[in-house]
Design a binder for this molecule. Structure first.
Ligand code: GDP
Ligand code: GDP
Length: 462
């Protein structure tokens, strides 16, 4: 299966240059094609063995007045609406401009795959702009020189797994695609990954194996029997995403149990619920991994928890059916040990025991969700970070390969949701992964950020 990539960004950043490079000689064919709109160019692109469609928002003059700004916005929104992946291009030599911020805002709302590309980055002139691009909060920027063909390799390496993901998704969707996702799930606006927090309900996904008690839990939270629960896995359920106030906190809860609503083939349930679970993770800010106390940390649970971490979501582990457990103290100890051993990447994530049936422990679950969300959104002042970095380096200096000690010069938090940090480093390629882990674990402990995925980007600065 192929995908569509839209190149968006303000005029003159180099979009057409990249478009031409990706489409190459087939360009003539593009211009000959009837029906291509005046403002949007579309063409068949090739990068390595990847084949895809590329859209370019051509025909934009420099934005000088409001009407143009509006037109630019509409055009971009249209291109973005047609695309699976958006390549958002900025000019690394100019740095981030207010117009770039307008684009960033459109893309954040849309929530599709966004690749930030800092173009014109050949040589060193673009270094500052590349760093600045972190501040857009749309992930690590790609250094690109469309004119000189630099960075295309990296672009390929970024696109390939995403493209593979589409293929996997298409496969997973194909045979049993009777699942009707509600429109709100399909609409970009509901994607919380890049959405602001304050004016939106907290987006929570409750994930777990069939029969873990997801529906029972959500019923209990709702305080009414709006979903059906029963002893068999995969019973028909209706609700998929529910708006509610839980102890005064506005939330939207994605019920993955509901998502298998239309699955007709019983044997496929297991597989289906995982695929649905994975999808729900993408919509969530906080993922509650609901385990059955009798069979905790099964393969499927681990896979979902790991996926939630790698997608950068805040994770809360909830162990359900705690009412049945007899030796609670020993069991809890064992659970914590398994958790640490099997999911080290989620170190410190809250683990709470609950009974969805009786409602015991749900207040703690509520608080754990709120605090995981808070940590996920935390921003640490640069001054504090650099004081901290100095102490960390002092107590455990980086290695000195070939007698030249690696220097960590400066650090800043480039993004939140989850927290991401940039460290300027004399030769980042030589810094061992273990040192990055030392810093990440240190950040967790020093700034009290348990559980949340933390990313560190090492940047070269001599
Ligand atoms: P668009 O308006 O975004 O489609 O931008 P264009 O592709 O028309 O490029 C605008 C200008 O930037 C042209 O003069 C290009 O030659 C130049 N340009 C494009 N890519 C690069 C690059 O990687 N490095 C440099 N230095 N200039 C570039
Ligand atoms: P789902 O497939 O994850 O949505 O699971 P359900 O909510 O349908 O629950 C599966 C079964 O576990 C049902 O029979 C529930 O009554 C039972 N169950 C759910 N939560 C609890 C709990 O906290 N304690 C006990 N004892 N049983 C529970």
């Amino acid at each position: 299966m192929s995908f569509t990539l839209a190149i968006v960004g303000r005029p003159n950043v180099g979009k057409s240059t990249l478009f031409n490079r990706l489409v190459g000689k087939r360009l003539a064919l593009v211009d000959d094609q009837p029906g291509v709109t005046r403002d949007l160019r579309e063409g068949p692109a090739r990068l390595g063995e990847l084949r895809f469609t590329v859209i370019d928002t051509a025909g934009l003059e420099d934005v000088t007045d409001d009407s143009l700004q509006g037109r630019m916005r509409r055009l971009t929104e249209r291109a973005v609406g047609m695309a699976d992946i958006c390549l958002f291009m900025i000019d690394a030599r100019t740095g981030i401009t207010p117009t770039d911020q307008v684009f960033a805002e459109i893309l954040r709302k849309r929530g599709a795959h966004v690749i930030v590309a800092a173009n014109k980055a050949e040589g060193r002139a673009g270094d500052g702009g590349v760093l600045e691009a972190f501040s857009l909060g749309l992930g690590e920027p790609l250094r690109l020189s469309a004119e000189h063909g630099e960075g295309l390799d990296e672009l390929y390496h970024i696109l390939r797994p995403i493209a593979a993901g589409f293929e996997e998704q298409a496969e997973a969707d194909a045979p049993e695609t009777d699942i009707d996702l509600p429109e709100e799930l399909l609409e970009g606006d509901e994607l919380p990954a890049f959405a602001p927090t304050n004016d939106k309900p907290l987006q929570v996904a409750v994930i777990g194996r069939p029969n873990a008690g997801k529906s029972t839990l959500i019923n209990k939270i709702l305080g009414e029997e709006r979903l059906l629960t029963g002893p068999e896995a995969g019973i028909t359920r209706d609700a998929i995403s529910l708006r509610m106030d839980w102890m005064g906190t506005p939330m939207r809860i994605f019920d993955t149990a509901g998502m298998r609503k239309k699955a007709r083939v019983q044997e496929k349930l297991e597989k289906l619920s995982v695929a649905d679970g994975l999808r729900a993770v993408k919509f969530a800010e906080v993922v509650v991994v609901l385990l059955d106390a009798a069979i905790p940390f099964e393969q499927q649970d681990l896979r979902i928890a790991d996926f939630a971490e790698s997608e950068g979501r805040a994770v809360v582990i909830a162990v359900n059916k705690w009412d049945i457990e007899e030796d609670k103290q020993d069991k809890l100890k064992a659970l914590r040990q398994s958790f640490e051993r099997l999911l080290p990447q989620l170190r410190g994530a809250p683990l709470v025991t609950v009974s969805a049936l009786t409602g015991k422990g749900l207040d703690r679950l509520h608080d754990a969700i709120i605090s995981a969300h808070e940590v996920w959104n935390r921003r640490i002042p640069t001054a504090k970070l650099n004081l901290w970095l100095g102490l960390m380096v002092e107590s455990h200096p980086p290695p000195a390969p070939g007698g030249r000690r690696i220097k960590l010069r400066y650090m800043t938090q480039a993004k939140t949701r989850p927290p991401g940090f940039v460290v300027m480093c004399s030769n980042p390629d030589d810094l061992p992964k273990s040192y990055e882990r030392y810093l990440i674990n240190g950040l967790r402990d020093s700034f009290d950020m348990p559980g949340t995925p933390i990313r560190i980007f090492m940047r070269s600065q001599a």
